[in-house]
Design a binder for this molecule. Structure first.
Ligand SMILES: Nc1ncnc2c1ncn2[C@@H]1O[C@H](COP(=O)(O)OP(=O)(O)OP(=O)(O)O)[C@@H](O)[C@H]1O
Length: 297
């Protein structure tokens, strides 16, 4: 078996070398052909596509967080090569949702052993941007942008930007055309969900399924700041979202318009500002190696 590991050395600020060492030893022991592809931040997509052609792996292993998972999934589009995840990022939201083991070596063994290949959907925005997990417009995108621009990292910095964004909550108008209906709402946040929960554990919707050929648009009219403060900032949890004020729309295609350009983040990466989002779902675009621990299987 030929395995290609796509390793993002910077994701999560985690040293990947201890994992790589163990993976190399394991593969040597069992006569598996393992090749390591490290991303550099420069022309990674073109280099990975070239490597896929020359090495032609049986399985691809994404080593990093949600950003690396998405990067790997995009490079594999239309190849029929299957992939799995080793969760070594700071946010491993998709890995958690899909029941991937938290232990990197166990996750690696599961990928090698498993013959369960599922069809994972991919969300496509304006025909050029992709999300495998969760994207949003509004309060959370502003937090992500503030955090990205900050030179400090970690939970304290995240909370600083979280509180800043909370203090500036400014509801905005959104119009959505989908399922032969038009929705007009004033929201503080709009979520585009292939999955259900952020990597922090905060759930955005309880109905999503990344394998059902649909995505969920979640319209949040109110952030439950009171509950959040009562819960204590150390536990940013389910209390964050006041589910009673949410509207969840399940669809496979939607046209979303705002009154002015709004910041969009997809899988933790700030994409830019947009007045219109044309969102479609690529059903089963990713061949995902999983186990029976995955609740969606
Ligand atoms: N070796 C590298 N040096 C610098 N930047 C890199 C390198 N490899 C990848 N990148 C860039 O890192 C970004 C992806 O990192 P990102 O932090 O989103 O990964 P992640 O897997 O989601 O990890 P995390 O969970 O920490 O966010 C991409 O913009 C990519 O171009």
């Amino acid at each position: 078996m030929k395995l290609l590991a796509v390793v993002n050395p910077i994701s999560g600020g985690v040293d990947k070398n201890p994992f790589i060492k163990k993976a190399v030893t394991l593969c040597e022991n069992y006569g598996l052909d393992l090749k390591i592809f490290k991303t550099t931040g420069q022309d990674d997509e073109a280099h990975l596509k070239a490597e896929l052609k020359t090495f032609n792996p049986d399985k691809v292993v994404s080593v990093g967080g949600d950003g690396t998972t998405l990067f790997t999934a995009k490079a594999l589009l239309n190849t029929n090569i299957c992939m799995g995840i080793i969760p070594l990022g700071s946010a491993n939201g998709m890995a958690v949702e899909l029941g991937v083991s938290e232990d990197p070596l166990q996750a690696f063994k599961d990928i090698i052993m498993s013959n369960i290949i599922t069809d994972l959907d991919l969300v496509c925005v304006n025909k050029e941007h992709y999300s495998i997990h969760i994207g949003d417009v509004g309060i959370n995108a502003n937090i992500v942008e503030g955090y990205d621009k900050d030179t400090s990292r970690g939970m304290t910095t995240y909370i600083k930007h979280f509180i800043e964004a909370l203090n500036k909550v400014d509801p905005f108008q959104v119009n959505i055309a989908c399922n032969q209906k038009v929705y007009h709402k004033k929201v503080v946040m709009l979520g585009l969900c292939n999955g259900r929960k952020y990597g922090t554990g905060v759930p955005l919707n309880k109905e999503g399924n990344p394998m059902d050929g649909r995505f969920e648009i979640v319209l949040i009219e109110k952030i439950n700041a009171n509950l959040l403060i009562k819960a204590g900032l150390s536990s940013i949890n389910e209390a964050f979202i006041d589910n009673e004020n949410n509207t969840v729309i399940s669809t496979s295609h939607a046209k979303i318009t705002f009154n002015e350009p709004r910041l969009l983040q997809l899988d933790g990466e700030v994409i830019g500002t947009f007045k219109t989002l044309d969102v479609s779902l690529l059903k089963g675009a990713v061949k995902f190696i999983t186990t029976q621990q995955n609740v969606y299987v």
